[in-house]
Design a protein around this ligand. Structure first.
Ligand SMILES: Cc1ncc(COP(=O)(O)O)c(C=O)c1O
Length: 417
C-alpha cells in the first residue's frame, strides 16, 4: 500500500473523519498566526479576538514573567539536553519543591507534558491490574489507558459515580487505577473528586486525576477568597480539601502558567519508582530553559497577584455565562469555570457556523465528534484574564446574533442555563 492510500484510510476512519473535514473545510485548523496584540490575533490581514487561548491567567503576556527568561538562558543555555535521569539544572528541584508547597502535596515530579505522563505513568501504575476510565476523560488519558491495556492491564470505562462503584466491586485484578479529568476540558465542569476519592479509598483503588484546566484556576476555599474559584489556584484537590493518600494528581503548566511543563503530585517513594520506570524521565529531552524560567516566575506572580487575576477571570467568565443563560442557550458548563462550550442545534453544520464566527472575528475552538458526544458538537470559548470587557461585549453580541438565528440548542431542563 502506498503512503497516500494510508492517508485516505485515516480520513475515512470515523475516529478522525470529523476533524479531517473541519481541517479541509474551515479556517480554524492549522491557522498561521502572523501577529498577536494582547488577545487579538492577525491571520493574514484578518484580525480576530482570541477565545481559544488556555493561558487563563494571562501569564503569556506578563512582563515580569517574560523578563525572567533571559537571566536563566544566560545561566543554563537554551536547553538542558540531558534527559532528567542524567542531570538536572538546579531549577528542577526548585520548581518541584515550590510546587509541592503550593499543592500541599508530599512531593512532585515534573516532566515536559501531560501527554507524556499519561502514556508512561498510567501503564506503570496499572501494571497487570485494572484501569477504570471516565467516559469523558481527555483523549490523552484514554491513550495512556489503552497503552496500559496493551501491557497487560484490564481496562473498562464508567459513565457515572454509580457505574464506577459497580466496576470497583467487580474489579478482580489489582492494583486498580481510576482515571478521570479534574476540571473537564470540554464541559468546564468540576467533578466532585471528594466522592470519587472516598469511593476509591473504600475499594482500595488509586484515583488518578488530570487537572490540566483546574491548576492555576481553582484552589483552596476560605473566607478571604477573591472569587468562588477559591485561592492560590492550587487545583481541584485543594478546592475540595482532599488529602493525597490514595490520589495521584497530574497537572500542567501549559495552560494557566503558559509554559511547557507538567507534573505529578506523588509520595517520594512513588516519585523514585517513576524515576526508574517512566520513559520521559529516563529518555526524553527535557523542557526548554525558557519554560522552566517562566514556571518559576509564574509562581511569584501567582503568589503576588494570582487571586486578583482569578477574580477578574471569574468576573468576565460570569459576564459570558450569564448572557448565555439569559438567552436560554444551552451550555454544559454548570460550574462557572472559564471553559464555555456552546453546542449547536442538531440540524446545523459546524462548518457553516465556523465561517460566520470567522467573519465576525472570533477565534474559537471547534468541537467535533468524537471529541465531544454527537449532541454536543459545537464550539468552545475560553475566557482568560488577558481578555477585556470590550472583547466580552463583542463576544456576547455575536452569541446573541447566533442565538436569534437559531444556531444553538435551547437550555435544557435541569441545566444551569
Ligand atoms: C485535560 C487535558 N489533559 C492533557 C492535555 C495535554 O496536555 P499537554 O500539552 O501537557 O500534553 C490537555 C490539553 O489540552 C488537556 O486538556
Amino acid at each position: 500500500m502506498r503512503a497516500e492510500q494510508l492517508a485516505t484510510e485515516v480520513d475515512l476512519d470515523p475516529r478522525y473523519s470529523g476533524i479531517a473535514r473541519l481541517r479541509t473545510e474551515t479556517r480554524y485548523y492549522d491557522a498561521v498566526i502572523d501577529e498577536i496584540d494582547g488577545r487579538r490575533i492577525r491571520v493574514g490581514d484578518h484580525w480576530l479576538t482570541d477565545w481559544a487561548s488556555c493561558n487563563y491567567l494571562g501569564f503569556d503576556l506578563e512582563p515580569q514573567i517574560i523578563g525572567a527568561v533571559e537571566e536563566q538562558l544566560r545561566r543554563w543555555g537554551t536547553h538542558p539536553s540531558w534527559s532528567r535521569m542524567l542531570g538536572n539544572p538546579r531549577v528542577y528541584p526548585q520548581i518541584e519543591e515550590r510546587l509541592a508547597e503550593l499543592l500541599g502535596a508530599p512531593d512532585t515530579l515534573v516532566l515536559p507534558t501531560i501527554t507524556q505522563i499519561h502514556l508512561s505513568v498510567i501503564p506503570v501504575l496499572a501494571h497487570q491490574g485494572t484501569v477504570l476510565v471516565d467516559a469523558r476523560a481527555h483523549k490523552t488519558i484514554w491513550d495512556g489507558c489503552v497503552f496500559a491495556r496493551a501491557q497487560g492491564a484490564t481496562m473498562a470505562r464508567f459513565k457515572s459515580l454509580d457505574e464506577l462503584a459497580e466496576r470497583l466491586r467487580s474489579a478482580t485484578a489489582g492494583p486498580v487505577l481510576v482515571c478521570m479529568d479534574g476540571v473537564n476540558s470540554m464541559t468546564g465542569n468540576i467533578p466532585d473528586v471528594r466522592r470519587y476519592a472516598e469511593l476509591c479509598r473504600e475499594h482500595g483503588a488509586v484515583l488518578y486525576v488530570d487537572d490540566a484546566h483546574g491548576f492555576g484556576v481553582i484552589g483552596e476555599r476560605g473566607d478571604d477568597e477573591t472569587s468562588p474559584y477559591g485561592s492560590r489556584g492550587n487545583s481541584i484537590m485543594r478546592y475540595f480539601d482532599q488529602p493525597y493518600d490514595n490520589v495521584v494528581l497530574v497537572g500542567g503548566f501549559s495552560k494557566a502558567y503558559s509554559s511547557l511543563l507538567a507534573f505529578l503530585a506523588v509520595p517520594t517513594v512513588l516519585k523514585n519508582r517513576l524515576k526508574a520506570s517512566a520513559a520521559p524521565y529516563l529518555y526524553s529531552g527535557p523542557s526548554p530553559t525558557a519554560s522552566l524560567a517562566t514556571v518559576l516566575a509564574g509562581f511569584d506572580v501567582n503568589a503576588e497577584r494570582g487571586d486578583k487575576l482569578r477574580a477578574e477571570l471569574h468576573r468576565m467568565s460570569m459576564r459570558v455565562l450569564n448572557h448565555v443563560r439569559d438567552l436560554g442557550v444551552f451550555t454544559p458548563n454548570t460550574d462557572n469555570t472559564p471553559i464555555i462550550e456552546l453546542p449547536i442545534a442538531l440540524d446545523r453544520d459546524l462548518v457553516d457556523v465556523s465561517e460566520l464566527l470567522w467573519q465576525r472575528g472570533l477565534f474559537v475552538t471547534l468541537a467535533p465528534y468524537p471529541g465531544v458526544p454527537r449532541d454536543q458538537v459545537g464550539f468552545r470559548v475560553q475566557v482568560t484574564a488577558a481578555n477585556t470587557d470590550d472583547q466580552v461585549d463583542e463576544l456576547n453580541a455575536v452569541i446573541a446574533e447566533l442565538a436569534a438565528a437559531g444556531v444553538f440548542q435551547e437550555a435544557r431542563e435541569g441545566s444551569a442555563s
